[in-house]
Design a protein around this ligand. Structure first.
Ligand SMILES: *Cc1c(COP(=O)(O)O)cnc(C)c1O
Length: 397
């Protein structure tokens, strides 16, 4: 029995050498602002937009300062106005309701299933009740619902879907790249996501008008023709004087760091799958511990791991989390009374004025979560999972 795990749950891999070299090139020429270009130069931000368009198959891609900024720009570009209702799944991260609240819209939360995905019956009910025109669907922790069902429900009601793909970059559903079902998709390149530029975001869409609006919103001034994967200048003509500048551009330095990492992403997704499998193999048949089901069509990016202790009382889970922490295993608990670190639930977002969601509450009460950084090996995952198994058993025997 290993008593204690010594690894760090927050240690990322170093930035690859090719990315460091690309960053040094940008630093040496000094043209960090994306519109600061030498004659005939295509800057790194534009090249990243092209690369990501090729990677996802989206017609248009816009690079921005953060995933949260991309979500807010997407809402505005889809013409969400103050007071409008926007549907979103209640199991998500704070930047999602934050983006909705930031444009002055009303957050309408939808219940969560035990698979950590949106509840379809409740989605239909809330769509009817709220009259929302937009669903911001957050693929929280990489869990994606049956996307065909989501799109049927949305399209039948004229609802546009904006996908939050912060945790699904590199994943897919029935062979369709994550983010390609909805009208727009937002990705994050923040340090804890799948490619790392410290901060950063990408918005992908096939809709030329959404792309043009988002570009102007991102602070393109009248230099929008200098984008790598944007619509033609004619699309901007009608809206250029009516779209405010909310300055949220990505710079060439971050883009330079990201491009070599994008090429490495498929390999990273495979390594995450191996780490995730190593965890599941140890925890598969543990009494009173439930793994999270996933749709067979989902290629999930296993950058984090979740499980549920559905039969445990709150105080038992508190003790379980403390005992795991004592043995070096850092778990986050979605059932905690107060928001803590990165972990919060809809109950903690008082600005969103959510009614009680009893099904989500029940799922969150037993939900535990941990990061799986690529600095872990499969052996590390086995040690971590064994510690979890032992502590879960010692709470409930
Ligand atoms: C990180 C994250 C975001 C936003 O990304 P930032 O780049 O940090 O603004 C949005 N949704 C989810 C689910 C996230 O985890």
């Amino acid at each position: 029995m290993v008593h204690r795990f010594e690894g760090s749950f927050t240690q990322q891999e170093p930035i690859p050498e090719a990315a460091v070299d690309a960053a040094v090139t940008v630093l040496n020429h000094g043209r960090l602002h994306r519109y600061n270009l030498a004659e005939d130069e295509v800057g790194e931000a534009s090249l990243l937009e092209r690369d990501f368009a090729a990677f996802t198959g989206a017609r248009y891609v816009l690079a921005m300062t953060s995933g949260g900024h991309a979500l807010a720009a997407a809402l505005r570009a889809h013409d969400v106005r103050p007071g409008d209702a926007v549907l979103t799944n209640a199991f998500t991260l704070a930047p999602v309701p934050g983006a909705i609240a930031g444009v002055g819209a009303r957050v309408v939360f939808v219940e969560t299933t035990e698979s950590l995905t949106i509840d379809f019956a409740h989605l239909e009910e809330m769509a009817e009740m709220s009259g929302a025109r937009v669903l911001m669907l957050s693929h929280m922790r990489g869990h994606q619902p049956d996307m065909d069902r989501v799109m049927r429900i949305a399209e039948g009601r004229g609802i546009e879907v904006i996908e939050d793909c912060a945790h699904t970059m590199g994943g897919s559903w029935r062979g369709v790249v994550s983010g390609r079902h909805g009208a727009s998709a937002c990705y994050s390149t923040q340090t804890y996501k799948h490619i790392n530029s410290g901060e950063g975001g990408l918005l992908a869409t096939d809709d030329p008008e959404v792309a043009a609006r988002a570009t102007l919103l991102s602070g393109s001034y009248m230099l929008y023709e200098r984008h790598g994967a944007g619509p033609g200048t004619d699309v901007f003509e009608a809206i250029r004087d009516f779209t405010p500048n909310l300055s949220g551009r990505m710079d060439n330095l971050r883009a330079a760091i990201l491009r070599p990492q994008l090429a490495l992403l498929p390999g990273r997704v495979r390594r995450w799958a191996d780490l995730h499998d190593a965890m599941e193999d140890v925890l598969r048949d543990v009494p009173h511990l439930s793994l999270i089901d996933r749709h067979p069509g989902l290629v999930r990016v296993g950058s984090s791991f979740q499980f549920r202790l559905p039969d445990h009382e709150a105080n038992e889970i508190g003790t379980f989390v403390d005992r795991c922490a004592h043995r070096g295993v850092e778990l986050k608990w979605f059932g905690a009374a107060r928001a803590h670190g990165f972990t919060s639930t809809y109950r903690h977002w008082a600005y969103a004025h959510a009614p009680d969601l009893s099904q989500t509450d029940q799922v969150m009460a037993g939900l535990l979560d941990m990061r799986l950084p690529l600095t872990f090996s499969e052996e590390d995952c086995e040690i971590i999972a064994r510690i979890i198994r032992e502590e879960a058993a010692s709470q409930r025997s």
